[in-house]
Design a protein around this ligand. Structure first.
Ligand code: DHB
Length: 499
């Protein structure tokens, strides 16, 4: 009995400790506090020194999440790049973990990068004040914590191995959105007052490179993009009248949005609502061609046209003449430019795609989200989405964040939620004065991923490219909603940009 009480008490104490405020006068790093550890990689063990529980703010509200763990592999120096991995998923809180052979952190250590894994508060985080739960992890808490972690790495840069001017962020899904935010919102003064109140270091928070897998981002336009892309699929047509109406109305909002962005293709062509679907199609064809050249079989049933005639080149864009060379693998493009026949080893060409067929294929593979995909109409009931929860308030009441869904509920989006949406949206900050955007980007969205529509990742990549950033983008062939794949390819790219 005694024992039971003691352990129950210990559990209560542990709980209150995790929610307790912790005030440190100063941010610290003690190089003598490292602990030896290792990660087992397929090619052998990688040893590291671990520095854990490094609090990145002085006014710690949440001792479970507001710190970073840092792992220094044998041989790392002050010049080694820092691979910063966020494990955020679903906009939930994320505790700093350890490196793993199952994601990019293991390979990062193996390749000599210092690995930083920061925690961050999320939409279910709270602190208790008396009997009351105060939800303190809603938007923009996660990106604030991550920015504070970056500032901390700069603050201790001289004492800690690794180069804080070479931070590479990585994340998947909501974590991909966080990685995109770390890359796109560097030093934006809009975050300053929050970071100051938290006791974040007074340092810059821009980064060197951002790796984003299937970022669930641009939340205020994700619903319209989704219905515009998938609205004509059989799955949507089978919906009831009310949902078909939502699809129709949201679809109608997308053209103005895409036209307002003024995005351009690599060849300078202005992207508009009229040619945007062809742009997606070209990206899917490029993806299929890369996969085919690497030995993948492209099934006939999903809409692609494959030509095996080496002599005649069906144009990719449906017009006359040569295909857009930028859409072809480099060797093919070079040969074509020089007027040579396509190289022998590439015997077949992906020349066309029936988009209706392909979008139905994607929608049937994994059922679509219901309409609207992100900002639910029944937000007051239990139909609220994770994103409604992310924009919720300190009492854990979810909120609409788009004008469309709010108006359907007879409401308007509050100024506070509008500000939070801005702080959570990389698209709105790229190109803004006073914002330092990372120079290097690696963005992947799976060709069968329907968690958000293709335009979300494609717009992000195109906007960055239009701003003159180095962007490596691909609708990765046959990948569902997932991340940290094709790691050899990723790390070859990282080796090039960091050398
Ligand atoms: C995630 C996935 C979603 O479909 C979404 O809407 C938000 C987050 C995720 O896996 O992180």
């Amino acid at each position: 009995m005694q024992k039971l009480i003691v352990s129950a008490l210990a559990a209560v104490m542990a709980l209150s400790a995790s929610a307790a405020k912790k005030s440190a006068a100063k941010l610290q790093f003690d190089a003598s506090k490292g602990v030896a550890g290792s990660v087992e990689m397929p090619s052998g063990r990688v040893n590291y020194t671990a520095y854990t529980r490094l609090y990145f703010v002085t006014n710690v509200e949440d001792t479970t999440y507001q710190y970073v763990n840092v792992f220094v592999p044998e041989g790392a120096t002050q010049q080694s790049p820092i691979f910063l991995k966020t494990n955020v998923g679903g906009y939930m809180p994320s505790a700093p973990g350890y490196p793993s052979a199952g994601d990019a952190t293991g390979m990062a250590l193996q390749r000599g990068y210092v690995v930083a894994i920061p925690g961050s508060r999320g939409r279910s985080s709270y602190v208790t004040k008396g009997k009351k739960k105060i939800y303190n992890g809603k938007a923009p808490a996660a990106i604030l914590d991550l920015k504070a972690a970056i500032r901390y790495l700069r603050y201790v840069d001289k004492e800690m191995p690794g180069d804080a001017e070479k931070i590479i962020t990585d994340g998947t899904s909501a974590g991909g959105a966080m990685s995109a935010l770390m890359g796109a919102t560097g030093n934006n003064p809009a975050y300053d007052s929050y970071l100051k109140a938290m006791g974040a270091a007074d340092e810059r928070d821009d980064v060197f490179a951002s790796v984003c897998y299937c970022p669930i981002t641009d939340l205020s336009h994700a619903d319209m993009a989704y219905e515009w892309l998938y609205g004509q699929t059989d799955s949507r047509k089978a919906n009831d009248e009310a949902h078909r109406q939502v699809t129709k109305e949201l679809t109608a909002l997308f053209p103005d949005y895409i036209n307002s962005l003024g995005l351009k293709k690599k060849d300078g062509t202005l992207l508009t609502a009229d040619n945007y679907l062809s742009y997606i199609k070209e990206e899917l064809i490029r993806s299929a061609q890369i996969a085919k050249d690497a030995g993948a079989t492209i099934p006939d049933s999903i809409g692609f046209t494959i030509s095996s005639d080496k002599g005649t080149f069906a144009p990719i864009n449906g017009g006359a003449g040569l295909p857009d060379l930028s859409q072809l693998p480099a060797d093919m493009a070079k040969n074509l430019k020089e007027g040579k026949l396509p190289p022998k080893q590439v015997g077949e060409y992906v020349t066309g795609l029936d988009m209706d067929k392909y979008l139905n294929y994607v929608a049937n593979k994994t059922p679509l989200k219901s309409a609207p995909a992100f900002d639910a109409l029944g937000v007051a009931g239990n139909e609220a989405s994770g994103e409604n929860d992310e924009f919720g308030d300190v009492n854990n009441t979810p909120a609409n964040f788009t004008d469309y869904s709010a108006s359907k509920n007879g409401k308007t989006v509050s100024a506070k939620v509008k500000e939070e949406e801005y702080l959570l949206n990389p698209m709105e900050q790229i190109g803004q004065q006073g914002v330092t955007v990372a120079p290097h980007w690696y963005i992947r969205h799976g060709s069968i991923d329907r968690d958000t529509a293709f335009p979300v990742a494609l717009n992000l990549a195109t906007k960055l490219e239009n701003e003159g950033k180095d962007v490596n983008f691909l609708l990765a062939w046959n990948r569902p909603h997932s991340g940290d794949y094709a790691l050899n390819e990723l790390f070859e790219w990282l080796a090039k940009i960091t050398k």
